[in-house]
Design a protein around this ligand. Sequence first.
Ligand code: ADP
Ligand code: ASP
Ligand code: MG
Length: 449
Amino acid sequence: MKGPIIMKFGGTSVADAKRLRGVAALAAERSSQGVLLVLSAFSGVTDTLFAAGKAAVAGNEAEALDLLAKMIQRHRDTAAELLSTPAGTLPPQVESVIESARIELGSVLKGAALLKALPDRSMDILAGRGELLSTAILAAYIGAPWIDARRVMRTDSRFGCAKPLTDEIRELAAKEMLPLVGPGMVAVTQGYIGADETGAPTTLGRGGSDYSASLFGAALGASEIQIWTDVEGVLTCDPRVVPQARPVELLGYDEAAELAAFGAKVLHPATILPAVELGIPVTVRNSMVPNGRFTTISRESASGQPVTALASRGPVTVITVRTPRMLGGSGFLASIFETFGRRGVSVDLVATSEVSVSVTVDGKAEVEELAADLAELGEVRIERDRAVVALVGERLLKTPGIPGKAFAALTDISVEMISLGANEINLSLVVAKAKAAEAQRRLHAAFFE
Ligand code: ADP
Ligand code: ASP
Ligand code: MG
């Protein structure tokens, strides 16, 4: 028997009553196979919840509560419009989700304003509420079962960026979800949120709904994981940076994972992994143009192109340690990386020469104490506000001339570091953050236009 289809809809795809009607129609078209709808919060809601938390911590209780009140009202209005009921008489299941958001989040924000602090644990109660609201409203509209993802998405207790526990999720999904997504059935659940073993609410990190969809897909043996968003699939570059970017029809799992890891926001970086293990195809589709072009990501469908797409991430900080003692010596790299490990700073790209090693780390990482430790090993240089621009393609390093063409496109943009991915599908260049957009436009023109 074919497994169900997972259909994940991101924020803009569930922004208002009209879009929610579209979501319901798309799910109905596919219901013969069984559908699990995984929704994000309405667009902008998670940002609002973070903003309310920040205002509360800054002591601005009134502002925080005002943001909450407007957010609650938006859900009431959307529900009333969608369900064609006058505001104030919503179905009891919708009413109770909205009311508990109003009361509980109000208390969280008042507490935060009083203490001028909002621990990650409480922040997750706030941050994850948008998904509970959006799904309660859609489930009532289509008359489908509403599954509380916190009963299935078991995670560890790293609030704010919790790690899913896949064995537990598989067992819980078999019990709580599988019976509701058989042929002819549609059920609704939330992306982004989970709970730890004590039941405390957690979140998977910003943009985590894609990851939820693929985790549920793997747990349910789905036949396809569909990521419905506001663009026609994975494009050759971020369209906000390069308007000429065009859709990529076929992508291999490795290519997609690499693009996501290097900043293509269209997919959360962890989305591909659960799908790869079971060979489940992931498609990325445009909810505004449902019958338009889309991207299929699977084991078989690598693009076959030397360069499939570009991605960029930043700011990053470049740390270079230079010492003549590296020449012919041994153990220096080990001591350098041991220092990073001890200081808990995670290393991203690495490039080495005879006498120096350069690495990139996240621009937000605290590097002062690390730099002091590294200074015992050699001369240390710290360069901030850099960005990584990555070219990704299945046959990138097997095709002669690609690095040359990339450098020719960037003649007057200085490339400060180069790293070739060990998996041979990625060429990463580090440039000044301020030049990253221009670098992508030049590379896009050289390789795709
Ligand atoms: P959703 O809310 O549906 O999850 P996101 O905003 O998280 O949507 O992701 C979609 C956005 O990702 C697009 O609108 C686009 O601006 C951005 N993006 C960045 N890189 C790419 C890319 N290579 N292909 C498509 N979209 C990209
Ligand atoms: N709503 C969450 C966010 O904005 C999760 C998601 O949309 O993927 O980060
Ligand atoms: Mg997203």
